[in-house]
Design a protein around this ligand. Structure first.
Ligand code: ATP
Ligand code: MG
Length: 316
């Protein structure tokens, strides 16, 4: 039985199809593989569960093969899925992604009128005991999910729980002002903030990295993780700073690395693992994630993380 607070999350559940050919955009014919289980908060919670944390998810899938595949994966990895509804009237959400030679990517999300945005939540459905609620900011771009997430944040804070947040500012999902305001209000109430350095310009226009970190620490945040993609990561907390250099890996599909990083970090912190060790493992989990095709396929086990860390030590 996992010890420590339970980690809960909510938001979009979807399956993703990944193009195998670079440079086609989503306008030319290519080979794709999928359906890969996805949705940023789902990747997060799956990885937190794989780290051994107690986890639960609130979301909705359709009564179809995509939804069954998603549910099966989360269940097998140890997530409490009793808060995931199966909607007979709607199909499971989907997304398509295609990469360009420079590493950039383009998405088409199909969430509107699918089960993905039909999430219901009531504070009474939250599990007993100490809670950490994780918010993946990409979900805030969907109006229905935004309402549910803001209610969940209030409910968890009222109960004395903590909020962790990945303020991933995916432009495709973040077009309106209400999404931005919701994000700001959650960022200001988060205990742990895990932005990508590429998110900082959107979140804190005009501030350099140090100023953005100061700004985050001036609210409620006790832990800041800066995700630097192929440059590694930095953790800052209580006057301490830990820089984790990148592991040298071959990048095949970077989508989901950030969510796997966050799931590892919060999953281990919830079990009382010290910050430096949790950060080292999260940095390794992010590196493993980019080597595998499919956003949740990049999630890893403690043994796989150990193996990468041992290899890096041997090579040093
Ligand atoms: P996404 O939004 O696609 O899930 P992200 O932008 O939130 O990703 P990244 O910074 O790309 O997050 O990746 C998270 C972490 O994974 C990085 O901080 C780093 O530790 C690790 N990582 C990512 N890409 C690489 C890479 N190419 N080589 C080594 N480590 C990587
Ligand atoms: Mg991100």
């Amino acid at each position: 039985m996992a010890s420590g607070p339970m980690i809960v999350s909510t938001g979009e559940l979807l399956v993703e199809f990944v193009s195998h050919r670079k440079g086609c955009g989503l306008e030319r014919i290519s080979e794709f593989s999928g359906p890969y289980p996805s949705g940023a908060p789902a990747i997060f919670i799956d990885q937190a569960a794989r780290m051994g944390a107690a986890t639960a998810f609130f979301g909705t899938v359709g009564n179809d093969g995509f939804g069954r595949g998603l549910l099966k994966r989360l269940e097998e990895d140890g997530v409490d899925t009793s808060g995931i509804l199966v909607d007979d009237a709607r199909v499971t959400g989907t997304a398509f992604v295609s990469y360009f030679e420079d590493g950039s990517r383009t998405f088409i999300f199909h969430l509107k009128d699918t089960a993905a945005e039909e999430v219901t939540f009531s504070p009474e459905s939250l599990p007993e005991g100490e809670l950490i609620l994780h918010v993946s900011a990409a979900s805030l771009g969907v109006a229905k999910l935004r309402t549910v997430i803001l209610e969940a944040v209030d409910a968890v804070l009222d109960r004395g729980g903590r909020i962790s947040c990945d303020p991933n500012a995916r432009p495709e999902l973040m077009r309106d002002d209400a999404a931005r305001q919701a994000l700001e209000s959650i960022v200001d109430r988060s205990w742990c903030l895990m932005p990508s350095t590429s998110d900082l310009g959107f979140l804190f226009p005009g501030l350099d990295e140090a100023a953005a970190v100061e700004r985050m620490l001036s609210a409620k945040a006790e832990i800041i993780a800066l995700k630097r993609g192929s440059e590694g990561a930095t953790l800052i907390s209580q006057g301490q700073r830990y820089d984790f250099p990148p592991h040298h890996v071959e990048e095949l599909d970077p989508t989901g690395a950030g969510d796997g990083f966050c799931g590892t970090l919060v999953g281990l912190l919830a079990q009382g693992i010290p910050l430096e060790e949790a950060g080292r493992r999260a940095n390794a989990a992010g590196a493993i994630a980019v080597t595998r095709r499919g956003p949740m396929e990049g999630n890893s086990s403690p043994a796989e993380i150990d193996a990468l860390l041992d290899r890096a030590l041997a090579e040093a």
